[in-house]
Design a protein around this ligand. Structure first.
Ligand SMILES: [Cu+2]
Length: 113
């Protein structure tokens, strides 16, 4: 797992860059109180994504309400961002509401030293 610097940025990308729909990097760890900024960096401009908390057990994604960029304003424009500040330690799985189990990530919030 990559330790994310502060400010911490996770990019939303897809096959336009030769890869797959993904959060890059998919798994990060941060310190308690740190903010994560998800930035649309998908070369396939117009391919929409969301950042939605919740795991996908058995391939079915279940939003858990911790954070959600939502469907009202899909992330589909270069540089568009969604931010969330993590104030509780723990492991927070999330997914894209469009690509579901094919596009997942995890934020691990380290406890205060
Ligand atoms: Cu997506």
């Amino acid at each position: 797992m990559a330790n994310c610097p502060d400010p911490c940025v996770v990019e939303l990308v897809s096959d336009g860059g030769g890869g797959e729909d993904s959060f890059s990097p998919p798994s990060i760890s941060i310190n308690l109180g740190q903010t994560v900024t998800w930035t649309y960096a998908d070369p396939s401009v117009g391919r929409p994504h969301t950042v939605t908390s919740g795991a996908c057990p058995g391939g079915t994604c279940v939003p858990d309400g911790e954070f959600d960029s939502g469907f009202a304003d899909l992330l589909d424009t270069t540089g568009e961002m969604f931010m969330h500040t993590f104030t509780v330690a723990g492991t927070f799985p999330y997914h894209c509401g469009v690509h579901l189990e094919d596009m997942q990530g995890t934020v691990t919030v380290l406890p205060a030293p």
